[in-house]
Write a protein that binds this ligand. Structure first.
Ligand SMILES: [Ca+2]
Length: 361
């Protein structure tokens, strides 16, 4: 039993005991009701490399089918042709052909951990694609920042929840945008008028030792992946976003590893699902232990299922330096909160992960 599995087992035992002392703290108690606020969500993802984006996508559509949210659009933020093809295929898998999909523009710097975007050209034994596309050519898709402007211009005021679990490229270009055929408002004005909330996965506010070392010396993480992939536009979003930001940082997801064998077992009854297909070839693609955790899907749970299950820092400001290092300063008139989890939240996350694993298509 590895350390994370031991930790998880400990947590489950501790949480089970904890829950016996509580009543009314159960995901099943928050079935959608007429009084419940149902978020209109735009999902922004760098799907194609880290696996947690796919769990987040599965959660998005599972909870939409159960009536917890409405998906208004999906934005893609990994600047690779195959990643664009794969997300189109996954949209078809999740019966989301009619959901608008925007594609990233701009420049990025990123490294690869599990390049499962290669699934885009996988074929089955019968010669058909492993995942069928929607049939909408990529050339017919709008750039993501442009699609943001279109969707926001069509939305009711203060109605859109954005959950971004990849690089901030699309959001940075949106913030920087000017009046166009969709709206006379600037990007900042449009966001201020139409966006209800922004949930970001990104940043790191604690010293985190990397698994990789140089010359045998421990190396500390300097910049979290979503920030380091596009530092200029991450700075743009953090500095100029005109509404409140909720940010789920790297260190908060480290209690939630996605363990290869456990995921394959959990999704064994769904061998054709994106998650099973990715994990069935995980060891072929991942060079060693690349450290996959469930950051993105936890951020999605925060957006869809509300803040009651999470702790939230006092109001403050975030800064991003030119190397991508993030810092948080608590100030009363700031626009940011750091999300964290307590033991009740941990229990809720494990239950929600089981719930989406049982999503039937
Ligand atoms: Ca991601």
């Amino acid at each position: 039993m590895d350390l994370m599995t031991m930790k998880k087992t400990f947590y489950l035992a501790e949480i089970a005991a904890f829950m016996l002392a509580l009543t009314g703290c159960n995901k099943d108690d928050i079935e959608p009701t007429p009084e419940m606020e149902i978020p209109d969500i735009i999902f922004d993802t760098d799907l194609g490399n880290s696996t947690d984006d796919v769990f987040a996508m599965q959660a998005l559509f599972a909870y939409q089918d159960a009536g917890y949210c409405r998906v208004k659009g999906v934005m893609q933020s990994r600047k690779l042709e195959k990643a664009k093809l794969l997300i189109d295929q996954f949209m078809h898998y999740y019966n989301a052909d009619n959901v608008p999909l925007g594609l990233v523009e701009g420049e990025q710097q990123f490294f690869e951990m599990i390049p499962y975007y290669q699934l885009a050209d996988s074929i089955k034994q019968d010669g058909k694609p492993l995942f069928e596309p929607t049939g909408i050519p990529l050339s017919n898709r709008l750039p993501a920042w442009k699609l943001y402007r279109k969707l926001l211009s069509e939305a009711d005021d203060n109605s859109i929840s954005i959950v971004c679990v990849g690089m901030f490229t699309n959001l940075g270009l949106l913030v920087s945008s000017s009046a166009d055929e969709y709206s006379t408002l600037s990007g900042k004005e449009l966001i201020k008028k139409k966006v209800k909330r922004l949930d970001l996965m990104g940043g790191c506010f604690s010293p985190i030792p990397l698994r990789y070392t140089e010359a045998g010396k421990p190396k500390m993480l300097e910049a979290e992946y979503n920030i380091s992939g596009d530092i200029p536009l991450a700075q743009k979003v953090i500095n100029d976003w005109p509404t409140e930001i909720h940010l789920f940082p790297l260190e908060e997801g480290l209690n939630f590893p996605s363990v290869h064998d456990e995921i394959l077992a959990q999704y064994a009854s769904k061998p054709n699902s994106p998650i099973y297909q990715i994990y069935s070839r995980y060891n072929e693609w991942a060079k060693g232990d690349v450290g996959q955790y469930l950051w993105d899907v936890i951020t999605m749970f925060h957006t869809i299922l509300g803040e009651d299950y999470f702790d939230c820092s006092p109001t403050g400001n975030i800064s991003v330096n030119d190397k991508g290092k993030t810092e948080f300063t608590a100030v009363p008139n700031g626009n940011a909160h750091i999300i964290s989890m307590n033991i009740t939240c941990d229990y809720f996350i494990w239950k929600a992960l089981d719930y989406i694993a049982n999503y039937k298509l």
